[in-house]
Design a protein around this ligand. Structure first.
Ligand SMILES: [Zn+2]
Length: 227
């Protein structure tokens, strides 16, 4: 018994020595491959694109008024919960909502935060309702031509509310101060006008289809189908 125990100890010691020498002979190879694995894992994590959904008015700014309510109320109390529900179901990117206790325009223009602090790699999508009079929605874009995302967003509006005949889906604007901060910083964005809050028909269609609209928007933004 004693003998075989001693033999086992010796054997283990030899094994340990061999392992140690292997580790000393090829330390660079071992470290290198470990680093590569780490890098791959990191790269995969970083790759998820961030989309930031911003409910345009609120937190003290009511926005447009119509149909007995305000833009802030409709966007934050009605649309936002639907957007949040679908945002959570997106797998290939990270879709979050700008702190609803804050107003991005005020954060940006008054406090020099908001759009000044958003990461340059983030895509920003802002949600509004139009006023004072007219019909249909459109997408405010930051380049002369709409992106694939803008086209998909406009399709959703067209299907459920209708497009504003004045814009045929898109309007290229450079006079929105908060948006211009994003533009100057090179941040990709779209601003969605989902129809006129002052228009009875727009308002009715928007409310009736609000869940499908939210789903369509999130799918268009993240470029991903939600089951
Ligand atoms: Zn607005």
């Amino acid at each position: 018994m004693k003998r075989s125990k001693r033999f086992m100890l010796l054997f283990t010691a030899i094994l340990a020595l061999i392992a140690l020498s292997v580790a000393t002979i090829q330390p660079e190879t071992v470290t290198a491959s470990a680093t590569t694995t780490k890098k791959v894992k990191k790269a995969k994590k970083v790759k998820k694109h961030h989309y930031l959904l911003v409910m345009g008015h609120g937190a003290g700014d009511g926005g447009a008024r119509g149909n007995g309510t305000t833009e802030a109320t409709v966007m934050r109390k009605k649309l936002m919960p639907h957007l949040a529900k679908y945002a959570k179901q997106i797998k290939n990117s990270n879709v979050t909502i700008y702190n609803p206790k804050h107003n991005i325009v005020r954060d940006t223009l008054v406090f020099h935060k908001g759009s000044y602090k958003i990461k340059k790699s983030t895509t920003v999508i802002m949600f509004h309702l139009d006023a004072p009079s007219g019909h249909g929605g459109h997408v405010i874009i930051h380049k002369k031509h709409p992106t694939t995302r803008d086209k998909k967003l406009a399709k959703v509006i067209k299907k459920y509310v209708g497009l504003n005949p004045a814009y045929h889906g898109y309007s290229y604007r450079t006079n929105l101060r908060n948006c211009n901060v994003l533009r100057r910083r090179g941040i990709d964005y779209s601003l969605v006008e989902s129809g006129f809050i002052t228009n009875k028909s727009d308002y009715k269609h928007f409310n009736k289809n609000i869940d499908k609209i939210a789903k369509g928007y999130v799918e268009a933004i993240a470029n991903e189908k939600i089951k």
